[in-house]
Design a protein around this ligand. Structure first.
Ligand SMILES: [Zn+2]
Length: 720
């Protein structure tokens, strides 16, 4: 057997100086996740890496402004990113960070190798210096007018208005972002990558797809806007680019290189090397599992010529991933080069550009807090509107419509009908059917049989869906997936099993068997797009969840041989709810909050969990809440979070295990008045029978406090 094709897939390292929004998600993260999940179920050997980018001037500037150490900023955002990505279902093999020792070692080693190979040009030049702050001003430390478009707030490295990559020296009327003063020119030495020498090589590699005279990739399969940007940069002439900075936060230039003192690696040198250090970290962790992985397994992804490197990024990073990083990899010599860089354009919000500084965004964290259980709906809408070829638009109304009309009315409706009818007619068992039975109203039966024709049609539809994902046309792939479900709905509508079950049960058996096979196919094909929904459908079908081995490949193989996924007499499960209709009020509330918090702080309402659905008083009153006093407390051994508490209700004492140990010491809670849920069914927690629950208030920072009656209030009375 030949080895499976090998892929190393990266998503742009998010910059740890501000929260993530839906524009980020649709740009570099969701598309990569869909693609990677697809590769996995096609049986490919794929590794998906990402991590936080924790160096660079924007972080030190923010830290300075807030009067904290940069470490505080990066820890906050790194933790937040990691959690949000997990919640939305991004299936990274590793989510690493560039402040790690391994990354510092990897990127400094990389620099050293280029230095020793003589790939850098060392140059003394005049650079802007802030006399008040006693610091050289690179990148974000300096602002001024863009020489290309005239935008007045352009940074030293890039104009955010026209996207041009800049040098501080190019800026008109520059000022220091540290002191607001006009900077002076002062001489400093740096190491430059002579990009000008790579022009011809880059032209061959990117634009022609040729590497060392051999075919490397098909440039026609790259997105037009990516090739277009590259071509315009190369045609415009490339200039040597400094690979070091005079900074105090970042990766040190190796100390044994003369003149290294006070010099750090340029953040755009160290950040993409973050993909490599993340892969190294993955290999270390994987080897430590003792399941046959080796510490140098990272090399087969990065150094074996057959490995496909794919970078998912937003369009603002094209120059770094298509020109500068490839030139760096080429200069090093040991690494594979990107096979494709399917950069996306930008997503706007309600007719305006998403803006962090103006608080005009749908923040990932907020969405995940406020729309719990709706992760797949966000994935759906963001893929449906992915800015693949041109800028796209997020609107709350559009989100609601896509969810209600497509996920509820189409997908959930079809699957629900099939599961309900199968349970009703066949007691949940996949029906036997007569293969050669013609169906009423359908005259193209015969050879091959009707059932076979349907399976061939299913194969073709899945095959086209695969082709879309392979070509990075994910919007199209999602559309083809939904067409499977519309087709299923239409199929049921045409054959009306609910009318025919009594008069023509033989035909209904064929219809229901075909429908079940379509649902089974959807449960596999939906996995790259909506992984949480895939798992729910699989549960309804009583199939194992997708593990990401080769499930789609197996399905395609079986269909091509006329075999089915669900054999007759397979017993399926019960129907469950896939999606609930989104009411207008929820959307109006989001729009109101968005507009209210624009240009300002997040509004209070935005910051609080949403009020849950109404409950009837009768339901509420079934809860028995009582006042009580904690009389004894101890840590539950071998746990971080649990305290074993004894509470006095005045007429009885009982044991309650509570997850507050990270917030409250045992000795400080003894004697506390608390409110408890007294009739919660007892539960065994770590071998201790917990009889009830202590009510706690929790804020966004995870602070947990008791909900206490006054200290002189007696125990055992009701709270209502
Ligand atoms: Zn500009």
């Amino acid at each position: 057997m030949t080895n499976p094709e090998r892929y190393i897939v990266t998503s742009a390292l998010p910059y740890a100086n501000g929260p993530l929004h839906v524009g980020h998600l649709s740009g570099a993260y969701l598309p990569a996740d869909v693609y990677v999940r697809f590769l996995r179920i096609m049986g490919k050997d794929v590794l998906f890496v990402c991590g936080s980018d924790e160096h660079g001037a924007a972080i030190t500037l923010k830290a300075r402004k807030e009067g904290v150490h940069p470490r505080e900023i990066i820890d906050k955002y790194h933790g937040e990113f990691k959690q949000s990505f997990e919640k939305i279902g991004l299936s990274f093999d590793i989510y690493h960070r560039t402040s790690s020792d391994l990354h510092h070692e990897t990127s400094a080693g990389f620099f050293k190798k280029l230095y020793e190979k003589g790939e850098f040009v060392e140059k003394e030049s005049s650079q802007y210096f802030d006399q008040e702050a006693q610091q050289f001003l690179a990148d974000r430390y300096i602002k001024g007018e863009c020489p290309k478009c005239g935008y007045s707030e352009a940074y030293g490295d890039q104009c955010e208005s026209c996207g041009s990559s800049l040098n501080p020296i190019d800026l008109i009327n520059p000022i220091s972002t540290l002191s607001g003063q006009q900077p002076v020119l002062k001489s400093t030495r740096h190491w430059y990558l002579p990009l000008d020498r790579y022009e011809d090589w880059l032209r061959d590699y990117i634009l022609e797809g040729k590497l060392d005279g051999e075919e490397h990739h098909d440039p026609n399969k790259w997105k037009n806007h990516v090739i277009g940007q590259c071509k315009s940069w190369i045609d415009g002439g490339l200039e040597p680019r400094a690979m070091t900075r005079d900074l105090d936060w970042g990766v040190d230039v190796p100390q044994d290189i003369p003149g290294s003192e006070g010099k750090k690696l340029y953040v755009w040198l160290d950040a993409p090397i973050g993909y490599i250090s993340a892969t190294r970290q993955w290999a270390l962790e994987n080897a430590a599992k003792g399941e046959g992985g080796r510490e140098d397994d990272w090399k087969k992804y990065w150094m074996d010529k057959s490995s496909c490197l794919i970078h998912f990024i937003g369009k603002d990073n094209i120059v770094f991933h298509c020109l500068i990083f490839p030139a760096i990899l080429k200069a090093h010599g040991d690494y594979v080069l990107p096979k494709n860089v399917p950069a996306n354009q930008f997503m706007n919000l309600e007719g305006k550009k998403i803006s962090t500084s103006r608080n005009w965004a749908v923040w990932m964290e907020d969405f995940l807090d406020r729309w719990q259980g709706m992760e797949d709906s966000l994935r759906y809408y963001c893929i449906k509107n992915m800015p693949e070829q041109k800028d796209s638009e997020f609107t709350w109304k559009g989100f609601q419509e896509a969810h209600n009309n497509e996920l509820v009315n189409n997908l959930a409706n079809f699957i629900n009908r099939v599961i309900v009818l199968t349970n009703k007619y066949y007691n949940g068992s996949v029906p036997e059917f007569d293969e050669n039975l013609p169906l009423e109203g359908n005259d193209d039966y015969g050879m091959p049989s009707y059932h076979e024709t349907e399976l061939m049609d299913l194969f073709d539809r899945l095959d086209q869906l695969c082709e879309s994902i392979r070509s990075f046309e994910l919007r199209n792939g999602l559309k083809q997936l939904m067409e499977l479900s519309s087709y299923g709905n239409q199929f049921l509508q045409n054959h009306e099993p609910w009318k025919l079950q009594k008069s023509d049960p033989d035909s209904v058996a064929v219809v229901m068997n075909v429908s079940l096979q379509i649902v089974a196919a959807i449960s596999v094909a939906i996995y790259p797009f909506l992984p949480f929904t895939s798992e729910k459908i699989r549960t309804m079908l009583a199939l194992e969840p997708i593990k990401g081995t080769d499930e789609l490949l197996v399905l395609l193989d079986s269909l091509s041989e006329g075999e089915v996924l669900l054999p007759t007499h397979h017993k399926i499960g019960e129907p469950t709810h896939l999606f609930t209709r989104i009411k207008d009020e929820l959307i109006e509330e989001e729009l109101k909050l968005l507009h209210e918090s624009q240009d300002g702080e997040k509004s209070k309402a935005m910051d609080r969990p949403r009020i849950k659905e109404n409950v009837e008083f009768e339901n509420f009153s079934t809860l028995d809440l009582r006042t009580a006093t904690i009389v004894h407390a101890e840590k539950v051994p071998k746990t971080k979070k649990l305290l074993k508490l004894e509470v006095d209700l005045g007429f009885e004492r009982r044991t309650i295990v509570s997850g507050i140990a990270e917030h409250h010491l045992p000795e400080e809670v003894i004697g506390k008045k608390v409110t408890i849920v007294a009739n919660l069914a007892p539960k065994n927690l770590r071998g201790i029978l917990s009889n009830g629950m202590i009510l706690m208030a929790e804020d966004n920072n995870g602070r947990l406090e008791f909900v206490s009656p006054p200290q002189d209030f007696e125990d055992g009375f009701t709270v209502r």
